[in-house]
Design a binder for this molecule. Structure first.
Ligand code: PBG
Ligand code: ZN
Length: 330
């Protein structure tokens, strides 16, 4: 007996396949992360992330133009300060590296959306995402004192022209604290993209080389979430929605596609997925060895994240992906 239902009828050629394609990745879905360093004319490749560079402000501006010309709507900036200290001064100072880069990019490319990552880990001597009691080597990150620094950081970033504030430190109450601080300083129009469900992940390894932000002792498990938990992610999401988040992020992306899906079902807010450094480096390493087809694997990965529910994807592949959008079909 021959089957009556023949799903293959709709797969027989590319014209039909494209008509019934359910998920489409577009340039509008992409956000490109950039790392700003002090100096001039600096473009230093990150060893563990081929194709990703630490760039000085002048180079960031050049890069921003290229990103804008490719049609990518937004960049997210991470900063490596001249000096680090206990109070993360470089994070909240009006002359901080991210503030200066933001001003320069907004001046040169006003229509490119500039997201600022709002955290302290790149700016503290110990590399943790919050404030430690002076002399505390156990790594107890003090929640509420950290909120005060995050408020100052967010306001100073908004003052520099940041279009979107993205707190990533997983401190309790950070969205509410930042919302109130922005509102009180005339920035009620600036949206918050909360890293709402951020896991304590080994996939961040290469990022910590790029951002020079590895904790000097201990780890981040007292504030980032356990990879074992998914109901806890929904709790974090609910709190951030109540506190006034405008968009929610799940991070990392690949090992957490079930979380992306659940967050999408649980809220009406836009959901972002962070395709993190380790995910990028794995594809790059395999591609450089000739073991996989970089183009197809990259596009399949990004499409998969969108299918899982991501409205936005933060990815180091963004520039390549735009070039490959028309080349790779399914
Ligand atoms: C920390 C932060 C991390 C990333 C962005 N901001 C992770 C961490 O060091 O814990 C990771 C991004 C990536 O791996 O690409 N606030
Ligand atoms: Zn941090």
């Amino acid at each position: 007996m021959f089957p009556v239902n023949r799903p293959r009828r709709l797969r027989q050629n590319w014209q039909i396949r494209r008509m019934v394609q359910e998920t489409v990745l577009t340039v509008n879905d992409l956000v490109y992360p950039l790392f700003v360093v002090p100096g001039e004319g600096v473009a230093k490749e990150v060893k563990s992330m081929p194709g990703v560079y630490q760039l000085s402000v002048d180079k960031i501006v050049e890069e921003a133009k290229e990103v804008y010309d490719l049609g990518i709507p937004a960049i997210i900036l991470f900063g490596i300060p001249e000096e680090k200290d206990e109070k993360a001064t470089g994070a909240w100072h009006d002359c901080g590296i991210v503030q200066r880069a933001t001003e320069a990019v907004k001046k040169a490319v006003p229509d490119l959306i500039v997201i600022n990552d709002t955290c302290l880990c790149e700016y503290t001597t110990h590399g943790h995402c919050g404030y430690l009691e002076v002399g505390d080597l156990v790594g107890r990150v003090l929640n509420d004192p950290t909120l005060e620094l995050l408020k100052k950081t967010a306001v100073s970033q908004a003052r520099a022209g940041a279009d979107i504030i993205a707190p990533s430190g997983m401190m309790d109450g950070m969205v509410k604290a930042i919302r109130e601080a922005l509102d009180a300083n005339g920035f009620s129009h600036v949206p918050i993209l909360s890293y709402a469900a951020k896991y304590a992940s080994a996939y961040y390894g290469p990022f910590r080389e790029a951002a020079e932000s590895a904790p000097s002792f201990g780890d981040r498990r007292t504030y980032q979430m356990s990879p074992a938990n998914s109901r806890e992610a929904l709790k974090e999401i609910q709190l951030d929605v109540e506190e006034g988040a405008d968009m929610l992020m799940v991070k990392p992306a690949l090992a957490y596609m079930d979380i992306i899906w659940q967050v999408k079902q649980a809220t009406n807010l836009p959901v972002a997925a962070y395709n993190v450094s380790g995910e990028y480096s794995m594809i790059k390493a395999a591609a450089l060895n000739g073991w996989i087809d970089e183009k197809r694997v990259t596009m399949e990965t990004l499409l998969g994240l969108k299918r899982a529910g991501a409205d936005l994807i933060l990815t180091y592949h963004a520039k390549d992906a735009v070039r490959w959008l028309n080349e790779v079909t399914f």
